[in-house]
Design a protein around this ligand. Structure first.
Ligand code: SAH
Length: 234
């Protein structure tokens, strides 16, 4: 079993890279794919860069050039559910591209990818349930919530309360970010199991940029904690 682990930003992968016994690095498409052993598991760790295009390229390379069998994304996100606070964790059930919109045709839902006829990409049930088990343990030790639900992705840093309301009403879901659904779509097209783990860095409101800068590090470390514990049980 070989596991691909993606983070969009350096801060989302640095703790994992510190733990990695590095064996080889592939440099491709502007990304460094670190191959090695992490918690006794064969892994490829990579920083995809921000946004859906980067995430899609990265996921495809992991699958067809580095032969990973499963993919975990670790990172931070903006909350769109008002019950969530900074540092809380969201485990993906499914992912939607909130900026995909061909609804002008009348027969397409907002978020639906035309001709693929899909709105959302489901994460792997086994990876979800493993993350949930670990989430339960973490909530006993730390004062954070861990929820499982839909995650939204789009090529926009959301920092507007009205937009959050609109996203929540249109798609439901717990948080919004910029990569997960692209990983989900590529994984779906290649029949590869995946899960997205996100820790809340901000509330996607008018203070999101300030909150992000303040909490990105601690949020990234919470997501890291879940992922390393998952590795121990895979
Ligand atoms: N600080 C960076 C930009 C970060 S973009 C710079 O200026 O260069 C935000 C990153 O965190 C993305 O990878 C996204 O997945 C996630 N994210 C966190 N909060 C978000 C929000 N409110 N809206 C969208 N993405 C968010």
């Amino acid at each position: 079993m070989k596991l691909g682990i993606i983070g969009a930003m350096e801060i989302e992968i640095e703790l994992l890279r510190d733990d990695l016994e590095l064996q080889n690095t592939l440099h491709k498409a502007g990304m460094d794919f670190y191959q090695g052993i992490l918690h006794d598991k064969e892994v490829v760790l990579v920083r995809s860069g921000i946004g859906k295009v980067n995430a899609a390229i990265c996921t495809q390379i992991l699958i067809d050039q580095l032969n990973v069998d499963q993919i975990i994304f670790t990172g931070v996100a903006g909350a769109i559910d008002t019950t969530l606070e900074v540092k809380d964790i969201v485990i993906s059930t499914d992912l939607v591209q909130h900026d995909m919109d061909a609804s002008a045709f009348g027969h397409r839902e907002v978020g639906e990818i035309p001709e693929l006829d899909k709105v959302s990409f489901a994460a792997d049930k086994n990876l979800i349930s493993l993350a949930e088990d670990i989430g339960e343990e973490v909530t006993k030790q730390e004062d954070i919530q861990v929820v499982t639900g839909r995650i939204l992705s789009g090529d926009q840093f959301i920092a507007n309360k009205n937009k959050v309301k609109e996203l929540k009403e249109t798609f439901g879901g717990f948080c919004t970010e910029m990569e997960g659904a692209a990983v989900g779509q590529v994984a779906y097209l290649n029949d590869t199991p995946f899960v997205i783990i996100r820790s809340i860095s901000d509330s996607a409101d008018e203070e999101a940029d300030i909150s992000f800068d303040e909490f990105v590090k601690v949020a990234a470390s919470h997501s890291y904690q879940i992922v390393t514990r998952m590795l121990d049980r895979l």
